[in-house]
Design a protein around this ligand. Structure first.
Ligand SMILES: Cc1cc2nc3c(=O)[nH]c(=O)nc-3n(C[C@H](O)[C@H](O)[C@H](O)COP(=O)(O)OP(=O)(O)OC[C@H]3O[C@@H](n4cnc5c(N)ncnc54)[C@H](O)[C@@H]3O)c2cc1C
Length: 430
């Protein structure tokens, strides 16, 4: 297996639209500072700059260094756990409706931005498919598709033969598809957003780690080791990579380490019978099985670890074996790339804005659906930067709420994985 070597991921190794940015030097005044150069940061910067707001993005490493540059590239306009009726029950009709509408249009927003700004990122808006692995899961996805369709979304249920036709994989009992979802190259997309934000007037600084955000009369001073920015408003968009900057914030979510692999390109004979339409797939298993192709016909999948020791070698091989078995591919080409990244997952798996002080907000919209959701979050945060009250935005907004016993609880998703795998197997036999 060849590794990503110095690259952080397949996408960092292969995306072509790279351009360096300088580190922050000296002192600048802007309206809005964004801390973190991922989808959330660049979508906010782009939408804010388009409104004529002066904005600067500070990234500790390079553009898309975090989850943005290490994900699988599925563009998914729904929530990982809750469907619309559950969201209404959880948040109430008014706030629930606003959050549902926010998510419903999120994939369209991504693909519209890509088209409008001619971002070259292998984007394909051909649908996101969720096949059902059991009869009980099929009932859930039928209800899910119905709820989204009732809200005017292009959601369709699929019988087992339709799933087989679309995916090339046997054994699923049915599923559903949101036709507005799709796939893209996340690094090329993030770099494209950054370029576009810059053209609209945003300033972008790499290798500019924020070390402090200090309250001042009328705003904040954001400091790096080589400079500082003064602004009335600051967005912390560091997702699961911001623990050093704000330890309290880091106790409000579960930091999940997720592994990804890409095989060597598939020969035409095998490629043509799998995913002929090029959609993204994430099934209903608790130990989620995902797959898609990149622009070079590499098969991409992901997974998690139970025990961290030795995981860098062990887990990618296990994901590859699982793909070969579940997709019935005895001739699956070898692993070519393996990498991992950290995702922030909220206890209720919903996006949220965290109130850190007057004019200081942290935005979390990850929960495994970050491409569509963080892009959409950036658009509404630009409204906030332009003067809208944060409580009027479609995302829940509240002070930080640390998870009790976080030191221990943060390992729960990994420790529960064997139980999830067992339950998946029992479901399949039921
Ligand atoms: C392996 C993996 C697979 C995934 N697959 C998918 C998928 O297929 N589809 C999907 O929708 N979502 C997926 N996700 C989730 C998605 O990638 C994230 O939700 C999204 O990228 C989060 O973007 P972000 O901008 O909020 O944060 P990030 O992309 O994590 O960016 C945070 C940035 O903040 C920077 N930073 C941290 N501290 C500082 C500081 N002090 N100063 C300056 N900068 C700082 C970091 O360097 C980093 O670049 C996946 C996540 C992972 C990890």
């Amino acid at each position: 297996m060849s590794r990503t070597g110095k690259s952080l991921s397949l996408w960092h190794a292969t995306a072509r639209n790279h351009r360096d940015r300088p580190a922050l030097e000296g002192r600048l005044d802007v309206d809005l500072v964004v801390v973190g150069g991922g989808f959330a940061g660049f979508s906010t910067a782009l939408h804010a700059a388009e409104k004529g707001i002066s904005v600067a993005v500070l990234e500790a490493e390079i553009i898309a260094w975090g989850a943005t540059g290490r994900n699988a590239g599925f563009v998914v306009p729904n929530f990982a756990k809750m469907d619309p009726t559950a969201i209404i029950a959880h948040l109430g009709p008014e706030r629930g409706d606003r959050l549902i509408e926010f998510a419903a249009g999120s994939a369209d927003l991504v693909f519209d931005l890509i088209k409008r700004h001619a971002i070259q990122c292998d984007a394909l808006q051909n649908g996101w498919i969720q096949p059902a692995h059991s009869a009980a899961a099929l009932e859930r996805v039928k209800s899910r598709a119905g709820q989204w369709a009732a809200r005017g979304r292009p959601a369709v249920t699929l019988d087992s033969s339709a799933v087989q036709e679309l995916t090339g994989v046997r054994g699923y009992v049915g599923g559903w598809m949101d036709r507005s979802g799709g796939v893209l190259d996340p690094v090329a997309y993030a770099r494209g957003l950054a370029d576009t934000a810059e053209k609209a007037g945003a300033r972008i600084f790499e290798h500019s780690r924020v070390t402090a955000i200090d309250r001042e009369p009328g705003g904040w001073t954001v400091r790096t080791s080589t400079g500082s920015l003064r602004a009335a408003k600051v967005l912390v968009a560091t997702n699961a990579y911001g623990a050093a900057l704000n330890p309290v914030l880091s106790r409000t979510y579960f930091p999940l380490r997720i592994f990804q692999i890409a095989t060597a390109p598939l020969p035409r004979a095998i490629r043509s019978r799998l995913l002929p339409g090029g959609q993204g797939v994430g099934d209903t298993r608790r130990n989620l099985l995902t797959f898609r192709f990149d622009g070079e016909n590499r098969l991409i999948s992901g997974g998690m670890h139970v025990v961290g020791v030795g995981a860098d070698n062990r887990v990618p091989r296990a994901i590859w074996r699982r793909l070969a078995t579940y997709l019935d591919l005895p001739d699956l080409p070898p692993l070519q790339y393996a990498w991992s990244g950290m995702a922030a997952v909220e206890p209720d798996f919903l996006p949220r804005l965290v109130d850190l002080g007057p004019g200081l907000i942290a935005g979390f919209a990850c929960n495994g659906r970050g491409i569509a959701m963080t892009t959409a979050m950036g658009k509404v945060l630009a409204d906030w930067a332009g003067g809208a009250d944060a409580v009027d935005l479609p995302l829940p907004f509240a002070p930080p709420s640390p998870i009790p016993f976080h030191g221990l609880m943060r390992y729960a998703p990994n420790m529960l994985l064997p139980w999830s795998i067992l339950r998946d197997r029992l479901d399949e036999r039921a």
